[in-house]
Design a protein around this ligand. Sequence first.
Ligand SMILES: [Cu+2]
Length: 163
Amino acid sequence: MAAGWVGLGGAMVVGAVILACGAPGSVPSAAVTVADAYAAEPLSRETGAVYLTIENAGSRPDTLLGASTPIAAMTHLHRMAGPGTAQMRSQEVAEVPAGGSLRLRPGGLHLMLLSLTSQPRAGDTIDLTLRLQHAGTLAVRVPVVSYLEVGERAAVGEPVNPR
Ligand SMILES: [Cu+2]
């Protein structure tokens, strides 16, 4: 449905806001946890990016529905539009496979913070709340790191954008 397009560092045209409905009354599940969360130090108050891994030790898949933080008016899940382009495309949700993980990483699926109300610096921490279909809400403290460190982390690890 939603298809917002964004140029890296450029002007932004955003499509539909994700109005994720949490599942009221859903039972929180310790099976779903968040690891390795970090945010790139924002260059301006326009956007910021958060990377993290959601691990699902349970036997049923879960779905990341959305996220919120006091420092941004809204957040979008973005993925890179394709190889060799810096364009990003919004997507509404992302699956966390049973017995597997969903990785948000530089160059792949990531969480974009839009219209920041403050501009955190490397060394600061962002409070982030993730909303999942079955696990409910997960509070995450996200350390802000420099772009140099983002590059170092991106150079380690898994294939780009496996999903
Ligand atoms: Cu993005």
